[in-house]
Design a protein around this ligand. Structure first.
Ligand code: NAD
Ligand code: G3P
Length: 328
């Protein structure tokens, strides 16, 4: 079994580690030639999860994407959404033809507020039947430590989801499947916004009592949004939805919460981004969801709060008071 993994960050590295537990050959694409050389020589990613050992017998790093795709059956996209268009710009439809494509990305393309699966369908004519997504509460850092984790593979094609779930199951990762690809994808985008907002309010002095109320309200906000965009019966208490919201909102590893916390403590967006050296998808997601939902009359106090602060330069204290008034 040959699999291409696209992306050189934390989540791509964690996915390579999980897949390496099985009997697969991984062609791992990343932008940086220096990183590829480092991995070939030292068997570790120099910048992300550098404790993870990369086994040269089943993992080969590449900087040429077309070569990395040649002869593989599965393709996993794991670059932040803002860089996807750029990462795959050398490809044409034929490079992805007959491949099963899995998005591990929890974000939207900022230029046109598009989900990754819709981008793949529009730009590369990939059928949704040939796609899936990796979801669920799972931090790359805990994968590196081999802590027991749970992933959900969502696809309208349950056979494809099940095949991929089998590939991702290992000693420390349990997998399950769902058919609700849109609901899961949008819920993952929304949970990043919530975590970022939790970070901001924490930075402003909000306590655990406030955050618990915010996370409960967030679940209702996510339901309102997802019900409008992708209506269907779904159990939002499943770990792909609620679990992912909880891990992001409460974990010390959360990029989005950390980023928000810096904003709440007075950092500018640019300073927070520079200090993190990691991408907080929620920053872009706030604008995507805010703009997308303008044509729908949906109450979104948490998204509005983050949007006013991040994109309208509104007063942090004033917006915090507005949010306090809106939560129940
Ligand atoms: N980290 C996790 O625990 C985790 C878990 C689940 C899903 N995800 C999702 O995986 C996706 C990737 O996130 P991550 O955590 O691996 O990212 P990361 O912050 O660890 O890594 C950033 C990546 O972006 C690349 N990058 C930075 N600037 C770039 C630019 N200008 N152009 C192109 N590439 C650039 C870097 O090379 C690196 O590969 C995100 O959508 C995230 O939501 C992450
Ligand atoms: O918690 P974050 O903000 O680092 O996001 C990472 C993943 O989405 C958690 O499942």
């Amino acid at each position: 079994m040959k699999i291409t993994v696209i992306g050189g960050g934390s989540w791509a590295t964690a996915i390579v580690k999980i897949l390496s537990e099985g009997n697969v050959h991984i062609k791992w694409w990343m932008r940086s030639i220096e990183d590829v050389e480092h991995i070939k020589k030292h068997h570790h990613n120099p910048n992300y999860l550098s404790s993870v050992e990369i086994h040269p017998s089943n993992v080969k790093p590449y900087t040429n994407l077309k070569e990395a795709l040649r002869g593989t059956e599965w393709v996993i996209l794991a670059v932040p959404a803002a860089f996807v268009t750029d990462a795959v710009k050398s490809l044409t439809e034929s490079n992805l033809e007959d491949k099963k494509i899995i998005s591990a990305i929890k974000g939207m393309i900022p230029e046109n507020n598009q989900l990754i699966t819709d981008f793949l369908a529009d730009k590369y004519a990939v059928s949704h039947q040939n796609m899936g997504i990796i979801a669920g509460p799972c931090h790359a850092e805990e994968v590196a430590l081999e802590k027991q984790s749970y992933l959900t593979i969502a696809s309208p094609n349950i056979k494809l989801a099940t095949e991929f779930a089998d590939l991702m199951r290992c000693r420390f990762v349990k997998t399950s499947v769902l058919s609700d690809i849109y609901g899961v994808e949008y819920a993952a985008v929304m949970k990043n916004i919530v975590a970022l907002a939790c970070g901001i309010t924490h930075g402003l002095g909000g306590g655990d009592n406030f955050q618990a109320v915010m996370v409960s309200n967030a679940m209702q906000e996510i339901k309102r949004v997802v019900d409008v965009i992708a209506p269907m019966e779904r159990d939002l208490s499943a770990s792909a939805y609620l679990g992912d919201l909880l891990v992001t909102a409460y974990s010390q590893f959360s990029r989005n919460r950390t980023f928000g916390n810096m904003i709440g403590r007075g950092y500018s967006v640019q300073a927070a981004q520079l200090e993190m050296n990691m991408i907080a998808e929620g920053y872009y997601a706030v604008k995507c969801i805010y703009e997308m939902m303008q044509k729908h009359a949906v109450e979104m106090p948490i998204t509005d709060f983050a949007y006013q602060i991040l994109y309208k330069n509104a007063s942090l204290r004033k917006e915090f008071e507005v949010l306090k008034g809106k939560l129940k």
